[in-house]
Write a protein that binds this ligand. Sequence first.
Ligand SMILES: Nc1nc2c(c(=O)[nH]1)N[C@H]1C(S)=C(S)[C@@H](COP(=O)(O)O)O[C@H]1N2
Ligand SMILES: [Mo]
Length: 385
Amino acid sequence: MTSPGRVRAAITRSRLSPFRPGAFSSALHHPRIAVLIGRVLGAAIIVCFLTGLYSHFLQNPQPWMVFPTRPTWLYRLSQGLHVATGTALIPLVLAKLWTVYPRLFAWPPVRSWAHGLERMSIALFVPAVLLQLFMGLLNTLKWYPWPFTFRTLHFWLAWIIVGSLLLHISVKLPIISRHWSSDGTPRDRPGGWTRRGFLTTIAAATAAVVVTTVGQTVTPLRRAALLAPRQPGVGPQGFPVNRTAKQAGVVVPTAWRLHLDGPTPRTLTLADVTALPQHEVRLPIACVDGWSQLGRWGGVRIKDLLALTDAPPGSTVRVVSAETTGSYRVSRLGPEFAYDDLTLLALRLNGEVLHLDHGYPARLIAPARPGVLQTKWVERLEVLP
Ligand SMILES: Nc1nc2c(c(=O)[nH]1)N[C@H]1C(S)=C(S)[C@@H](COP(=O)(O)O)O[C@H]1N2
Ligand SMILES: [Mo]
């Protein structure tokens, strides 16, 4: 019979085992370091989670949801923060895991109910966060190898991460508060890596990955955006393109018509649309993948088109593209967007007729919306009942 006590004694005796006491002597595994990294990590997770929820619900609104349309750069800022904090989380999570990995070998593995629960929450948290960051990174790199809808899994993983994190924090609360501001600071081992050296390295690595990606949305940092797959200013008419007309299987429409499916159905030619009152707005395209750019768009107000088809006030509109496949061929305009003066069926970009890759002859542009909802090659507006 092997009793737990004898197993423990055997493990303690074994020199090779990471289970033996004192196997990890570096001061960098000290709870104070774990708390220092954890504070930054927690803040980044909160920002990433909230901006992610905002983006998710814009694309998948519940019937009662109404979204702000000002400031016009709200989504641009929010998604910029989402991608920047998500990117920063990669070095932060790795550093935190390295700091605490000796806990994996804590003996006995489960000391109490609370401890068991906390270990379970970590068993959920670690794989979920690694998968989440890996998937998010691939998406920002424009690589979509998923056979499933990325956003659905990303959304549920986010809840698993936040839920398990809350459990972890609540169980660890005594340790966290003990080391929150204390200077029971661990002493550096002579000859080893210093605490300051370690923290500076993490900060530098985090700053480096953020600076080299955030230039895709923060124009002054544009030249530093080495890791960003899309560069503002690069593309037809000086504007990036995610999906070209060719990739979307859209060809130059010879007899384009705009169909207005409302109480009084209408079909307009391009000349008809051009003859309507034209407006100019300065609005960004802010792609969910992290790049954004401001453009000067010219075209017709959606609300003027809705008036032509006698849509009842406060209508919701479905915007339909000539594209026949793809997830972004339709989008929904709630009344807060549809009746906004800045929401246009755009025919021009920066004073020129839209390039085919930007949605010629007509695309949607609305304030404070994800790029995926700025439908290109529009040919139909349906007033929803
Ligand atoms: N019909 C259609 N509209 C679309 C897309 C698409 O694939 N199909 N891509 C969207 C995405 S993801 C973005 S970021 C913007 C980019 O607009 P741009 O190519 O003019 O820069 O268009 C959006 N509109
Ligand atoms: Mo996008």
